[in-house]
Write a protein that binds this ligand. Structure first.
Ligand code: V47
Ligand code: SF4
Length: 388
């Protein structure tokens, strides 16, 4: 039982609901954002996390492919859009260049390629359809997790095809799942100010709905810690929870902390680690129909990723060893976002959790729970006591 002595009635009621595995309301979610302290939220979120997964903490072996870092949209939080004026300074890979990048991983045990980048006219339905087919032909077992409703909305509109037709075509070309990007904040009040004219919140949700109805899976994100208010976060989480009730197609929710370097919102101070942990915890408590909450470690750093495991998070993404620039450009500490399997296993074990390598669909690839820690070659990681 969580000790709620001395807490306001509203928080006691929420704690009781969590004890009884009952859903909390949007009003209660707002109360958590506005009033609950970190210790209380951690206790509740950790209870749910342990109930769902015990100590298991998932990661996967993947790599990123970014077709371009130039984008015709002008999202104020993104370091890519500013390059459109000086296009020559960015990259725009061809089909063959991308296939060479895929082939460079031929001798590595990666299970997934995550394709994400800017939006440009030459990357159209035909381009991506051909790319997905070529990847699958070359390496059928490699899971293609690619693009977001931002790209799909743009390319389907250009090709004058419906979301249904388009997503079916992508599936037939080899698309396996959709990552969670492009969600930002769904509420128009905020989206109109930050999302530079790209697809609306409704359109983002509709494309995921269509994809789920084809029997496919996807992830969801929320970009927080900029100009949004707590009520906008609640609205966003609720839209996701409602769609998940309808389709059950989301696997993971990934809160993305706004980083303020190299974009138009540099003047906005970044959220504190305490706020990041509160946000993970509240996401875990509210999204009762999501199996997983993921901390994207290249964005928040290794130390916060370790801490997050006591605040509802059960997944810390992958052993990314590529050139993912979107975050380093936006100010992430992780200048070389690479971690070997050994490092990831150690990171998780150091905070008393059980590392499990998964594939994209959460099938277990390797269970590292029994692995002994050795101290060779690991320096500079936060050594936390076991926090559960
Ligand atoms: O939609 C862009 C975000 C997202 C900034 O599904 C920024 O497994 C913070 O969605 N500060 C794309 N965030 C990445 C993404 C993702 C990442 C990892 C795993 C998965 C998954 C999905 O990156 C964009 C946007 O919300 N982003 N700029 C910034 N300055
Ligand atoms: Fe383009 Fe995506 Fe960046 Fe917006 S967030 S400018 S759509 S790359």
């Amino acid at each position: 039982m969580i000790d709620t002595t001395g807490l306001p009635e509203q928080l006691r009621r929420i704690a009781k609901k969590v004890e009884d595995s009952e859903r909390i309301t949007t009003d209660e979610c707002l109360v958590l954002f506005e009033e609950a302290d970190l210790g209380f939220l951690g206790a509740l979120a950790n209870k749910i996390r342990n109930r769902k997964h015990g100590d298991k903490t998932y990661f996967n072996k993947n790599f990123h492919l970014e077709p371009t870092n130039v984008c015709l949209y002008t999202c104020t939080f993104c370091s890519y859009s500013r390059l459109i004026k000086k296009r020559g300074e960015g990259w725009e890979y061809t089909h063959d260049e991308m296939m060479d990048m895929i082939k460079a991983y031929d001798d590595q045990e990666v299970t997934e390629v995550h394709i994400v980048g800017g939006v440009l006219p030459q990357y159209d339905v035909e381009f991506y359809s051909k790319l997905f087919k070529a990847i699958k032909e070359h390496r059928p077992a490699l899971h293609v997790k690619a693009l977001t409703p931002v790209e799909y909305h743009y390319i389907f509109k250009k090709a004058k095809i419906s979301y249904d037709e388009g997503m079916k075509l992508m599936m037939e070309s080899g698309l396996d799942s959709m990552p969670g990007g492009g969600a930002e904040i769904f509420h128009d009040e905020i989206r109109d100010q930050i999302a530079g004219g790209k697809c609306s919140g409704e359109q983002w949700l509709e494309i995921h709905r269509v994809w789920h109805k084809l029997g496919k899976r996807s992830n969801a994100t929320m970009l927080y810690g900029h100009i949004e208010k707590f009520e906008h976060r609640v609205h966003h989480l609720n839209a996701l929870r409602e769609l998940q009730d309808e389709t059950g197609g989301f696997q993971t929710f990934i809160p993305l902390k706004f980083r303020n370097k190299g974009n138009q919102m540099e003047h906005i101070e970044e959220s504190t680690v305490v706020e990041d942990l509160r946000n993970y915890a509240i996401s875990r408590i509210f999204l009762d129909n999501f199996d997983h909450i993921k901390a994207y470690w290249p964005m928040i750093g290794r130390d916060t990723a370790q801490l997050s495991l006591a605040f509802g998070v059960d997944d810390i993404d992958g052993t990314i060893d590529d050139t993912t620039k979107i975050y380093t450009m936006a100010g992430s500490e992780e200048q070389t976002p690479a971690m070997s399997t050994k490092e990831l296993v150690r990171l998780i074990k150091m905070v008393g959790r059980a590392p499990v390598e998964r594939d994209t669909l959460y099938n277990v690839v390797n269970d590292f729970a029994g692995e002994e820690l050795d101290d060779e070659g690991f320096k500079g990681y936060l050594s936390l006591p076991v926090i559960k």
